[in-house]
Design a protein around this ligand. Structure first.
Ligand code: NDP
Ligand code: 2IT
Length: 448
């Protein structure tokens, strides 16, 4: 065994001992560590610096009580968190997730991935993540506001344009960011730079709502082109039906693909004529309804209970855009058997470790989340720039910058994989390129 491998294995054992119950966090760490051996062989100074033990420890984890009153006047209590993981290259940056499954392990995995994703954008942002186990589903606007005002009453003590800039994630969109901004402003003063994903009227950026989905498709398009393929006439499976999924559907369709599926946590739709973006947005955003309503209104759409990854029909490209661990090893193998040759991740960590192994062993064109879904946070960073300048850029300008950033991220992943003689292993390419940048920034700041 090489000294590099021995060091990485020891560091992983320490992470396991220190965080025995944080399964999602351990999974994200293992996914990164599994690709780092060539880097440690080339840079033995990283071992001297004990960089791995430092990088897996968040700089700060804040956890707090969020009491609020529901529509019946009953007091409810949720847990709020902010994981400020790494500020080596800029202020902490990353979304807030409101979902009943939220806990420290999930936010640490998301914050950990965010560090490398953010550095891949080439913009000066560190990594963080936060959220709550609050479930916005079925709540009235007033209930969401009541919760959010309590949540921000504590969170505002810990954020700021040069300190930590939250944004949206699952369950947090324009409505929630608007309420958060309102509460921040009541307790402090108007400062556009404190949150991103804001509505346009008070400092939001054009293209931010579209950015993750569009960016995913721009990245995938680059990956396909580099391998002699394109979206044209390809059958695409998308999971999820929220912010990321909607705009992935729209952009992939625009590039000539036929997207036949979307899903939610209850079931999925197969629409062989192609998912209708306008109807999808109407059902999900305007009506805040379930996908069964889409199926009821479109004759060609069939609704099935369960995971979309149980769909057993032919497809070319898979774009998971719902949540972590939606594709396990068996589902990945079934996708490959059904003809899928490319997988690019809109969601964070949607493929488990066995699924990733199946992609890598079978030469699948695989765009890992931290590279493929970086478009959202990239445009968040562009929103921060616009707020600092007190200017707003046009749709064309932001979209062109987004495309450029996604093209560069793919090129970085590809070239790094080639430098290390790893073929089309874009996971290793992205991980190595990002890790080197963060490690070098930390080391040049001393023992931090
Ligand atoms: P939304 O809340 O807009 O949508 C989430 C979608 O995923 C919904 O369709 C939801 O279904 C489904 N979903 C959520 N949890 C589960 C679950 N446990 N099982 C099955 N389906 C589920 O969130 P986003 O579109 O913003 O986020 C989707 C993914 O993309 C997440 O992994 C997020 O971290 C990632 N991401 C988001 C970015 C952004 O800018 N928003 C940026 C980069 C990554 P249901 O309505 O039934 O809950
Ligand atoms: O996972 C992510 O990159 C996000 N949820 C977006 C974070 C951001 O700050 O825009």
């Amino acid at each position: 065994m090489t000294a590099a491998k021995t060091y990485i294995d020891q560091a992983f054992e320490t992470v396991k001992t220190r965080n025995p119950h944080e399964t999602e966090f351990l999974q994200a760490v293992q996914e990164l560590f599994d690709t780092l051996e060539p880097v440690f062989e080339k840079h033995p100074e990283y071992i001297e610096e004990n960089i791995l033990e430092r990088i897996v420890e968040p700089e700060r984890v804040i956890s707090f009580r969020v009491p609020w009153t529901d529509k019946d006047g009953k007091v409810q209590v949720n847990r709020g968190y902010r994981v400020q993981f790494n500020s080596a290259v800029g202020p902490y940056k990353g979304g807030l997730r409101f979902h009943p499954t939220v806990n420290q392990s999930i936010l640490k995995f998301l914050g950990f991935e965010q560090i490398y994703k953010n550095v891949l954008t080439g913009l000066p942002i560190g990594g963080g993540k936060g959220g709550s186990d609050f479930d916005p589903k079925g709540k009235t606007d007033r209930e969401v506001m009541s919760f959010v005002q309590s949540f921000m009453t504590e969170l505002q003590k810990h954020i700021g344009p040069s300190l930590d800039v939250p944004a949206g994630d699952i369950g947090v969109g324009g409505r929630e960011i608007g309420y958060m901004f309102g509460q921040y402003k009541r307790l402090n003063q108007f400062d556009a730079g404190v949150l991103t994903g804001k509505p346009l009227a008070f400092g939001g950026s054009l293209i931010r709502p579209e950015a993750t989905g569009y960016g995913l498709v721009y990245f995938t398009d680059e990956m396909l082109k580099a391998n002699g393929k394109s979206f044209k006439d390809q059958t695409v499976l998308v999971s999820g039906s929220g912010n990321v999924a909607q705009f992935a559907v729209q952009k992939a369709t625009e590039l000539g693909a036929k997207v036949i599926s979307v899903s939610d946590s209850n079931g999925y739709i197969i629409d062989e004529t192609g998912i209708d973006f306008d109807l999808l947005v109407d059902v999900k955003e305007k009506r805040r309804a379930r996908l069964t309503e889409y199926a009821a209104e479109k004759a060609s759409a069939k609704y099935f209970e369960g995971s979309v990854w149980n769909y057993d029909g032919p497809a070319d490209i898979a774009l998971p855009c719902a949540t972590q661990n939606e594709i396990d090893g068996d589902k990945a193998k079934q996708l490959l058997a059904n003809g899928v040759y490319a997988v690019a991740e809109g969601a964070n960590m949607p493929s488990d470790l066995a699924a990733i192994t199946a992609y890598r062993e079978n030469g699948v064109l695989y765009g890992p989340a931290k590279a493929a879904n970086a478009g959202g946070v990239a445009v968040s960073a562009l929103e921060m720039s616009q707020n600092s300048q007190r200017l707003s850029w046009s749709t064309e300008e932001v979209d062109a910058r987004l495309k450029d950033i996604m093209t560069n991220i793919f090129a970085t992943a590809k070239e790094t994989a080639e430098t290390y003689d790893l073929g089309i292993d874009y996971l290793a390419g992205a991980n190595i390129a990002a890790f080197e940048k963060v490690a070098d920034a930390m080391i040049s700041q001393g023992i931090v």
